[in-house]
Write a protein that binds this ligand. Structure first.
Ligand code: ADE
Length: 226
């Protein structure tokens, strides 16, 4: 069974390109993942297909209407069972590798991209199962966050990466940052590759990489040890 991601967005063109190149593209071609992008505007009502309105109580910024979001999600839910309905928002839980790992074990995931001031609170309370932020900064919309989350999930799906162990040696998979890596030539403009990596001694190389990973994590991200 392949993994399915349905992305609901007011700016579908903004999110198409990351899925049409490289690993994400190949994953779809291999039928390991199906990614569908839905234009929320199609679910808006009236001549202008309204999707937003002013906030009750006043204040700057528009709020995404509950009605188009409900209609779009209800339509999708009639077609299959969803394991997670994610909303991308700066006030969500901070995304990390553990969340990506967990989401990659599911089958059908909806990602709703936030815009303007955000969505009507009633959608959050009645439909959304996961509220996710990709970091402590504010983006113009949730599309880039949805692409980040999808990419982090899809590369973990078995068969997506050619080298089965590759995802496991990524930074963060063992709460350590990745060690330095080198490729040919062994001497580039006088800058030499550490001797140990040319030794062919895989046990010592693993030890060296682990030591480097610990050292780099200690200096850059000591919080990962706690
Ligand atoms: N939308 C705007 N900023 C965001 C963020 N940091 N994470 C997720 N969605 C967002």
């Amino acid at each position: 069974m392949s993994f399915r991601i349905d992305i609901i967005s007011l700016l579908p063109t903004l999110i198409e390109s990351p899925f049409n190149a490289s690993i994400l593209k190949r994953a779809q071609q291999k039928d390991l993942v199906e990614i569908n992008i839905h234009d929320l505007r199609e679910y808006g009502q009236g001549k202008h297909k309204q999707v937003d309105d002013y906030a009750f109580g006043g204040g700057a910024g528009m709020v995404m209407l509950a009605q188009p979001i409900f209609e779009c999600i209800e339509k999708l839910k009639k077609e299959r069972v969803y394991d997670a309905i994610v909303y991308t928002t700066p006030d969500g839980a901070r995304f990390n590798q553990k969340m990506a790992n967990k989401l990659s074990l599911l089958n059908n995931v909806i990602i709703l991209c936030g815009h303007y001031k955000g969505i009507d609170q009633r959608v959050r309370e009645s439909l959304i199962t996961h509220e996710i932020s990709i970091g402590d900064y504010v983006l113009s919309g949730g599309e880039i966050a949805a692409a980040v989350i999808s990419d982090a999930i899809v590369r973990l799906i078995p068969g997506v990466l050619n080298d089965g162990s590759s995802a496991l040696t990524d930074s963060f998979q063992d709460d350590l940052l990745a060690p330095p890596i080198y490729t040919r030539p062994a001497n580039f403009k006088g800058m030499k590759v550490p001797e140990i990596l040319l030794s062919g001694d895989s046990k010592r190389i693993d030890e060296w990489r682990n030591e480097q990973a610990i050292e780099i994590t200690r200096s850059r991200r000591p919080d990962l040890f706690s």
